[in-house]
Design a protein around this ligand. Structure first.
Ligand code: NOJ
Length: 684
């Protein structure tokens, strides 16, 4: 028996038995591989040195997933930390605890993992030291580098992180490219063997040829650039970091920890979601009082600008007028929505607002927007205003005004802010996802927390689980959302888009996709339905409803103009659907083809099902065994109506009711590009 296999067997036998939070440490003499297994023994990480270079590898069920892959760093003005390395000791720990989310896809999260801490030192001068820490869960693993304070490594400038993912299989990957221009995640996904990848964003979802599903991502990104991955023909993904204007990737000072690099693993696509590894690798909440944080649905002065009937800037079509905002507040109050987003309320939009980033004021309204009075008008009606701060990447301009602006919003009772970062780089030339911007986003998040403000970030940095520590980090964009259906030159999002998003973008966390457009042909733009080749919503109306269940966001928009919801019985589903869930069960799913999700409302008995498909019609038989035994329920069904088709006839919705219980099976028939939304409530 090979040494490695013997160690795996030993660890599988011993580690699961280690008591909760048990810790042990040992010194390593010879350079033997060291290993750590998940509590169920299926996932095993190995760390070893070979001729002074440090490697890790990953196996699942004894099958190789990540082959021995290099670790280390290159610095400016210092030798690389990648050779002449030796393992000087190990320490182990095990944790099994369950914590409660203030809001989310599930109410409770189990953090059950085994940790291996490997101490590594340079044998040559200058003798720098670091720890490589692995946490291995039943659904995957995370690892990070930790640099203790030490004379040989105090201030440093990282030019490259040498971490690799050398994949055992040329798995199929679903990816979006990144470079200087296409860095905002707002691309359609491609899929191809991973050996063909350019530089791509994470989460990167892959399926091996024998059916293992993998997601490479990161967690707890605080003071570091976002991680991209560059492919190569030899099936190796290399970490690639966006830079500061001077080319440095990371400015650091010890003690210092990197973000976690995570590899999630699942036997079926459906088991990838909801993903909690990233949450478990973030510290618990830093906020004591979170009573002001409240998931909600919202409407907004927004879609009108995207379809061209209103403007952000001043003029006859200015959207953010007092009168229009009152109309939205009244609509929100009548329909039980918590918020009204107002874009274009502040000075700075006139002219080229992307080029003139420094013109934005975050405290001064346009003269036709009654900033002071509208806050009171909204709160008298039980509605909160959602302010909007588009920075156009004018970061210094925004940071200069941040404290004053947030203090003003707090005084006016503005409960949430949507921020925006349209633009490629900062004025100073720092990358959109580099360390400078990551620091900025953290600064804004902390300031928002101090002022009781929830955040919805557009053109954000990807989600790496910060909502665990700052539960006011509600939602973000970070993918092609609904707005592309209003104006994209390529015709909008194709019918398969959301069936890919669910297994890629949504693995990282909530998304402000802004579903709920009922005027699918965008007739409101100029009074005539848009033709098939134009940008328009490429789903059926029933699929727009299903997206409320499929694409999770604790701030969830009803995106269309209020008048388009009038006399629409299907709007009842949007009024009913919750934004906070007790449980989430993915009942079926195939990346790029279809998703069927059931979620139970938080603190209530109702269940909701959302099913979506790509351009194929599909039928699903769904047993309702997740319902409580012995309870009679009614299913309120919003299905694609007769003849519905995303391209030819997207509007028909068939609304019906049916008695059901835990023994029932529902048949869900989805039209091409269609969907189905179901509320299941106890019979009254
Ligand atoms: C792009 C955002 O995604 C969109 O929601 C917003 O309306 C515009 N930028 C203007 O800030």
């Amino acid at each position: 028996m090979k040494m490695q296999t013997r160690i795996v067997r030993f660890i599988r036998r011993v580690v699961p038995a280690i008591a909760c939070a048990a810790t042990s440490a040992s010194a390593v003499g010879a350079q033997e591989p060291v290993q750590v297994a998940s509590p169920d023994g299926r996932n095993v990480a190995t760390v070893e040195t070979r001729e002074g270079a440090l490697y890790y590898s990953v196996e699942r069920d004894g099958r190789k997933v990540v082959l021995p892959s290099r670790l280390g760093f290159e610095f400016r003005n210092a030798a690389p930390l990648s050779d002449d390395l030796t393992i000087t000791g190990t320490a182990r720990n095990s944790v099994d605890e369950t914590w409660e989310q203030p809001w989310g896809e599930v109410a409770r999260v189990r953090d059950h993992h085994n940790e291996l801490r490997v101490s590594v030192a340079e044998t040559a001068e200058p003798g720098r030291r670091f720890e490589l820490v692995f946490r291995v869960f039943d659904d995957g693993l995370g690892f990070r580098y930790e640099f203790p304070h030490q004379p040989a490594l105090q201030y440093f400038e990282i030019m490259e992180e040498l971490t690799e993912f050398r994949m055992a299989d040329d798995a199929r990957a679903w990816w979006i490219r990144t470079d200087d221009v296409t860095h905002r995640y707002e691309l359609l996904y491609s899929s191809s063997p991973m050996s063909t990848l350019p530089t791509v964003h994470t989460p990167l979802t892959m399926e091996t040829r024998d059916g293992l599903h993998l997601v490479i991502h990161e967690a707890n990104l605080v003071d570091y650039p976002g991680m991209n991955l560059t492919g190569s023909w030899e099936r190796t993904l290399r970490v690639s970091l966006p830079a500061w204007a001077d080319g440095v990737k990371v400015y650091g000072r010890t003690p210092f920890v990197t973000p976690w690099r995570t590899i999630q693993m699942a036997d079926r696509a459906a088991d990838l979601y909801p993903s909690v590894i990233g949450l478990n690798l973030n510290p618990p909440s830093a906020l004591d009082d979170i009573s002001w944080i409240e998931p909600m649905k919202y409407v907004g002065i927004w879609w009108g600008m995207h379809i061209g009937v209103q403007t952000w800037g001043s003029g006859p079509r200015h959207g953010a007028t007092t009168e229009n905002t009152r109309r939205y507040i009244d609509f929100a109050a009548e329909n039980g929505f918590g918020g009204v987003l107002v874009e274009g309320w502040n000075l700075g939009w006139d002219g080229d607002w992307i080029a003139n980033a420094d013109s934005f004021s975050f405290t001064e309204p346009y003269p036709d927007y009654g900033l002071e009075g509208l806050g009171a008008y909204a709160s008298e009606r039980g509605v909160g205003l959602i302010g909007h701060n588009e920075t156009s990447m004018g970061i210094e301009n925004y940071e200069r005004q941040l404290e004053d602006a947030f203090a003003l919003y707090e005084r006016l009772g503005i409960r949430a802010i949507k921020t925006g970062y349209v633009g490629d780089r900062t004025a100073e030339g720092h990358a959109h996802h580099g360390q400078y911007m990551v620091r900025h986003w953290r600064k804004v998040l902390e300031a928002a927390a101090r002022h009781g403000i929830m955040l919805n970030v557009h053109e954000p940095i990807k989600d790496t689980g910060e909502r665990r520590t700052y539960p006011n980090m509600m939602t973000r964009e970070g993918a092609r959302g609904q707005e592309y259906n209003a104006w994209a030159r390529d015709g909008g999002n194709p019918p398969e888009h959301e069936t890919i998003l669910f297994f890629t973008r949504m693995i990282s966390g909530p998304m402000d996709f802004t579903p709920g457009v009922f005027d699918i042909l965008i007739t409101s733009a100029d009074g005539t339905p848009r033709p098939p080749e134009a940008s328009r919503v490429r789903t059926t109306l029933a699929k727009q409803l299903a997206l409320y269940v499929v694409l999770y966001s604790p701030l969830q928009m009803a995106a269309d103009l209020p008048e388009n919801y009038e006399n629409q019985p299907a709007f009842q589903f949007i009024r009913d659907v919750p934004v906070d869930w007790e449980r989430t069960e993915v009942l079926d799913g195939k990346i790029g083809d279809y998703v069927v999700v059931a979620r139970q409302e938080r603190g209530g008995p109702d269940w909701y099902i959302g099913a979506i498909t790509d351009e194929e019609a599909r039928t699903f038989e769904i047993p309702l065994s997740f319902l409580t035994e012995g309870v009679s329920y009614v299913a309120e069904i919003y299905a694609d109506g007769e003849g519905a088709h995303w391209l030819h006839d997207p509007l028909p919705v068939a609304i019906s009711e049916q008695p059901v219980d835990a023994g029932s099976t529902l048949t869900l028939a989805l039209a091409p590009g269609g969907g189905q939304a179901i509320r299941i409530r106890p019979a009254r």
